[in-house]
Design a protein around this ligand. Structure first.
Ligand code: ATP
Ligand code: MG
Length: 140
């Protein structure tokens, strides 16, 4: 387990950028954190760390956005996912096999479908610009 206190969006992105270098093909990064915690900011840093060219936007309506990089990045937003059937419809289980990095916002909604070796990134809002970021390996 690793903890980092970020004082700005930029620091969160920089932390995520170096964290990205530790990820291997097939990695699943599962985010936990409220609205506006900084999950998408973290994914922007991941994309930079993986040398993705396109800029990251929130996939809320698409459910998943794909970015080409050193490893492909699959960015999910599970905010609206309520059933296992919906997860199958978006092809989630195929994405897990595609040798990329799956970054999953609102992973709480699909916890039972997450691989046991997912890396959990928990982002807590301390105040306006301060976030406590905890990285945990594997399901509890
Ligand atoms: N230390 C920080 N790290 C990350 N974001 C921060 C920080 N301090 C302030 N912010 C602000 O918090 C917001 C984070 O927004 P972001 O879209 O990344 O959140 P999110 O967790 O993805 O929310 P949502 O659940 O709506 O998708 C931004 O407006 C950002 O500027
Ligand atoms: Mg977001």
């Amino acid at each position: 387990m690793q903890t980092f206190v970020s004082q700005s969006e930029k620091e969160t992105e920089q932390f995520a950028e170096s964290f990205a270098k530790t990820l291997k093909a097939g990695a699943v990064v599962a985010f936990e954190g409220d609205l506006g915690a900084g999950k998408t900011a973290f994914v922007r840093g991941l994309a930079r760390g993986l040398n993705c060219k396109d800029s990251v936007s929130s996939p809320t309506f698409a459910i998943v956005n794909e970015y080409d990089g050193a490893l492909p990045l699959f960015h999910f937003d599970m905010y609206r996912i309520e059933t296992l059937g919906e997860l199958y419809s978006v092809g989630f289980f195929e994405y897990l096999e595609r040798g990329g990095v799956c970054a999953i916002e609102w992973s709480e909604n699909i916890y039972s479908a997450l691989p046991d070796d997912s890396v959990f990134v928990v982002i807590e809002k301390i105040d306006e610009n301060t976030r406590k970021i905890t990285v945990k390996e594997g399901k509890e």
